[in-house]
Design a protein around this ligand. Structure first.
Ligand SMILES: C[C@H](N)C(=O)N[C@@H](CCC(=O)O)C(=O)O
Ligand code: MG
Length: 364
């Protein structure tokens, strides 16, 4: 089974509500989809969201990186030779992790088709069901409490609360939300780098004193401030999770050597795909640190690939794969299924996609 052609298309999916974090606001998901076709007629699918605020990637940079640095070197490669193909991909250009992730997941889709098994079983097969949180965007406290209550009434059990804009307001947000949803709902926070080190320590200690029972706090301070991450981690009882501070396996290695966080949020778009994400899993497991698998604003294509990784590995104990649940439409058939916050891994081979409604395929 050899690579014959690579094509791309763009999908546009409106969100149910604006997605708001300390870093950005989005109302629509507008992503690049790639399709790799083999000489046997098999097709593997991948996706790259242009999340400029986090990865620096744009639609133009994703298309340019693939067209100018990856395309020719991929053609003719044997799908079974995944190790050498991934090495080529990783060395083809620096950064551009979303472009690499899109091709990496399409290649893993084909790899699993080659061996006639669902991808998560080939990668480790730890479980076939996952439970995701769902994100509550940062807004005025009253609006967030209302959104949280509605979400819980729909049947979701874990809320990922976006904060990081202003600590006084963030404390009010948590107060209103905890009162609205009661004590049984899990609350995890994501500051998306919005606090200073002092603000983070102050805010988290106040949340602890108020007994809000926060499961963990994700990326309290700036991505590059590893010393700051460590200071926050050492100063509070609540577990601290690194998100934007860890893109690559090298980042994970450096952060965990100094214990700069208690947990890592692995995203395919930061790592450059499943191949590097598996290395981060290995580093974290060796250091005795649990991981979450998260997502950007991705459709069910990229989230399915992330779910296969999460289902495969024991070190992944938490999942933030809610992006398709935030979308008003779903043009993808096949892939993972949601039953509220439960994610079910199908027994179809590879990543198991069918048709993508409305997509127009183009050559690079
Ligand atoms: C969508 C997911 N729940 C999430 O919050 N992901 C990111 C932000 C993604 C984005 O800005 O596109 C995160 O910071 O964890
Ligand atoms: Mg985050």
């Amino acid at each position: 089974m050899r690579i014959k052609d690579v094509q791309f298309g763009i999908i546009e999916i409106p969100l149910k509500k604006p997605f708001k974090t300390a870093l950005r606001t989005a109302t629509v998901l507008s992503n690049i989809i790639v399709m790799i076709e083999t000489d046997t007629g098999n097709k593997g699918y991948g996706e790259a969201p242009p999340t400029g605020a986090i990865t620096g990637d744009t639609k133009g940079s994703v298309i340019g990186a693939i067209r100018e640095h990856m395309l020719e070197g991929l053609k003719g490669r044997n799908i079974a030779d995944i190790e050498n193909t991934m090495s080529f991909l990783n060395h083809s250009i620096v950064r551009n992790t979303s472009a690499k992730a899109a091709l990496d997941m399409a290649l893993y889709d084909l790899y699993a088709q080659r061996y006639q098994a669902p991808l998560y079983q080939i990668l480790g097969g730890c479980r076939s069901e996952l439970m995701t949180d769902i994100t509550i965007s940062v807004n005025e406290p009253e609006e967030m409490a209302k959104d949280s209550l509605e979400t819980v009434q729909e049947g979701y059990q874990t809320l990922k609360i976006k904060v990081g804009k202003n600590i006084e307001l963030d404390l009010k947000r948590l107060d209103k939300i905890r009162k609205a949803v009661g004590d049984d709902i899990k609350l995890r926070l994501d500051a998306n780098q919005g606090w200073s080190v002092k603000e983070a320590i102050d805010a988290i200690k106040k949340l602890e004193d108020k007994g809000f029972n926060i499961e963990f706090v994700e990326q309290p301070v700036k991505a590059g401030d590893i010393e700051g991450m460590k200071k926050v981690t050492d100063s509070v009882m609540t577990p601290i999770m690194a998100d934007e501070s860890v893109f690559s396996p090298e980042d994970a290695w450096r952060l965990l050597q100094c214990r700069g966080a208690d947990m890592i949020n692995i995203k395919l778009m930061k790592a450059g795909g499943i191949h590097n994400a598996l290395k981060i899993c290995g580093i974290a497991e060796t250091a005795g640190v649990e991981c979450m698998v998260g997502c950007m604003l991705e459709s069910r294509i990229a989230v399915t690939a992330a779910a296969h990784l999460a289902a495969a590995k024991k070190v992944v104990t938490k999942v933030d794969l809610d992006s398709p649940l935030l979308c008003a439409e779903d043009p993808i058939s096949g892939g993972i299924n949601y039953e509220k916050d439960k994610i079910l891994l199908p027994e179809r081979i590879g990543l198991g996609f069918g048709e993508i409604k409305g997509i127009e395929w183009r050559s690079f």
